[in-house]
Structures are given as C-alpha cells and as structure tokens.
Design a protein around this ligand. Structure first.
Ligand SMILES: O=P(O)(O)OC[C@H]1O[C@H](OP(=O)(O)OP(=O)(O)O)[C@H](O)[C@@H]1O
Ligand SMILES: Nc1ncnc2[nH]cnc12
Length: 186
C-alpha cells in the first residue's frame, strides 16, 4: 500500500517546514516529528485547520474524533470550523463516564485508549483526526472503539503519515472501505 498526500504543494511545504525532527526521542532510534513549531505559527496552524475542516465536510462526517493528546489540538478546531461535534478518545482512566477500552501497541511502548460508551448516536459517521500515523496502532484501536460504540467510520485523516512504518497496511482491515488520508506523507 502506498502513502499518498492530499495537501497541495504549497501547503505541503509550509506544513513540512514547520515540523521539526528530534532524533532519539523518546528513545534511541526514534526520530520524533515535533509539531510544536507548526502550532506556534498562526498562518500554518490556520491553514492546517482549514484543510482538516474541508476533509470533515467532504466526508459528510457527523462527529470528529481526536486522539489524545496531539490529535486533540488538531481535531477540535477543525471540528468547530466544520460545524461538527468533537469526541475525545483518551488514554485510559481520564474519562469520567462509562467507557469502552482498547489496548494497542505504539512505536515505543503499549497503551490503552477509551471513549465514552454514549459518545455517538447509532450510525453516526465518524472521522478520526490525529497528528501522526506511525505504526497505525493508535488509529486501529480508535476504529475498533468507534465501531464498538455503534458508529460508522467515515475515514481517518492525519497531518503526517510515516509510510515506512507500515501503518496504512496495518489499519486497512479496521478501515474496511473507509479512506485514510494524509496531508503530508513521508
Ligand atoms: O501510529 P502509532 O504508532 O500508533 O503512533 C501514532 C500516535 O503516537 C502519538 O501519540 P502518543 O501516544 O505518543 O502521544 P501524545 O499523547 O503526545 O499524542 C501520535 O500523536 C499518534 O497518536
Ligand atoms: N516518530 C514519531 N514522531 C511523532 N509522533 C509519533 N508517534 C509515533 N511515532 C512518532
């Protein structure tokens, strides 16, 4: 499976120019993609929010899911801009209501994520937004949660896809026919 990017060339280079590589973080051998310079640049963050909101509208999503923590920063303004409700998928133990839980593996460790059991209306079409798709473990777990909560997956959109880590292939079964889009794919 090939990683493709959907940002037009000007937006792609703006976004890429504001993502900083941090070698050996959080552990040796990992090159961490730091989006804080992008968030600190109002023009770049604004253009990113517009692009993500356009994807939400194009897919006719009823809800936008953001994945804790960096996914929240991108998904919440995009959902508000698109006029769609936002649902947080959080790391275990952070949501106050009755939750569904999913265990998953990361590039650097393992984790559990949760969503409120009543976060979606039956049949809601849900678009997942995150900053980075790496191994795909987080996105895959979120898709399983969304379906278990009774909603449909409209798609996944990420700012940055690290294609060499194989996340696209990993999440293909959980996506079923839904699209995975990356604004920038490396
Ligand atoms: O495709 P994967 O291998 O699952 O990796 C991608 C995930 O890893 C990061 O989250 P992380 O949990 O590291 O931390 P955060 O709380 O800073 O967003 C990133 O924000 C994605 O959610
Ligand atoms: N290399 C990476 N950079 C930033 N976030 C990540 N999440 C998983 N792998 C990552």
């Amino acid at each position: 499976m090939t990683a493709t990017d959907i940002a037009h060339p000007e937006l792609r280079s703006l976004l890429l120019s504001r993502i900083r590589d941090v070698p050996d973080y959080p552990q040796p051998g990992v090159v961490f993609k730091d989006i804080t310079p992008l968030l600190a640049d109002a023009a770049a963050f604004g253009a990113l929010t517009e692009a993500l909101a356009a994807v939400c509208v194009r897919h006719g999503a009823d809800k936008v899911v953001g994945l804790e923590a960096r996914g929240f920063i991108l998904a919440a303004p995009a959902a508000a801009r698109a006029g769609i409700g936002f649902v947080p998928v959080r790391k275990a133990g952070k949501l106050p209501g009755t939750t569904l839980t999913q265990v998953y593996e990361l590039e650097y460790g393992s984790a559990e994520i949760e969503v409120h059991q009543d976060a979606f209306a039956p049949g809601d079409r849900v678009l997942v937004i995150d900053d980075v798709l790496a191994t795909g473990g987080t996105a895959e777990a979120s898709l399983q949660l969304i379906r278990r909560a009774g909603a449909e997956v409209a798609g996944v959109v990420v700012l940055l896809e690290l294609g060499f880590l194989g996340g696209r292939s990993r999440i293909a079964p959980a996506l079923a026919q839904a699209p995975l889009e990356a604004l920038v794919a490396l």
